[in-house]
Design a binder for this molecule. Structure first.
Ligand SMILES: [Zn+2]
Length: 188
């Protein structure tokens, strides 16, 4: 995962706010983890309508908790040719701020392999965090800052009921950052 470049002109302050905002309030109950289980079960049976229904429930619940308008969800069989997200290499979903619709797909573009459940859930949380950026935090854009990835990870680990890992970052050219997965997985 690589962060977006620092904006050259407008919105630099908001970009830094997004970069610094590293956590997210979480529900105290186990509703999201239990809906997550249903997404996982639906993915095993490969029934797109069931996956969609469980994802919609997840997003409705999360939107209520964060007090943002509900967002729409489309679960596609395979990755469409045109996607809105830019800059990332692995791409399993997108979000449109204009329509507030998240799209996720169940198969990868190239080999049409089923997206792993972890990747699928991580994508759902990632796209929902774009929704939060616009609707909860009021950012004029939703950049992939370090804070953005941290917030998405907080939501993902809550949903999956797995322990949160500290993310380790490596500086890259052009004031960008990437996650050092070796250190992150080692935890030191
Ligand atoms: Zn994104």
């Amino acid at each position: 995962m690589l962060t977006d470049a620092f904006p050259r002109k407008a919105n630099r302050a908001q970009f830094l706010d997004s970069d610094r905002l590293k956590t997210l309030d979480l529900p105290k109950d186990g509703r999201l983890p239990s809906i997550t289980k249903r997404i996982e079960d639906a993915m095993k049976t490969d029934k797109r309508a069931d996956v969609r229904r469980a994802c919609a429930e997840f997003l409705d619940d999360a939107s209520k908790f964060y007090e943002v308008p509900a967002c729409g969800i489309r679960v596609l069989a395979a990755r469409p040719l045109r996607v809105r997200e830019r800059g990332t290499i692995e791409l399993f979903g997108d979000y449109s701020p204009e329509t507030m619709v998240i799209r996720v797909w169940m198969r990868t573009a190239v080999r049409k392999e089923v997206t792993s459940f972890g990747t699928f859930l991580s994508t759902l949380c990632h796209e929902f965090c774009h929704h939060l950026d616009f609707q909860k935090f009021g950012f004029p854009d939703s950049w992939h800052t370090r804070g953005f990835y941290e917030r998405a990870a907080v939501l993902y680990h809550h949903a999956r009921a797995t322990p949160l890992k500290k993310l380790f970052w490596v500086p890259m050219a052009g004031e960008r950052w990437r996650i050092d997965w070796q250190r992150t997985n080692r935890g030191a």
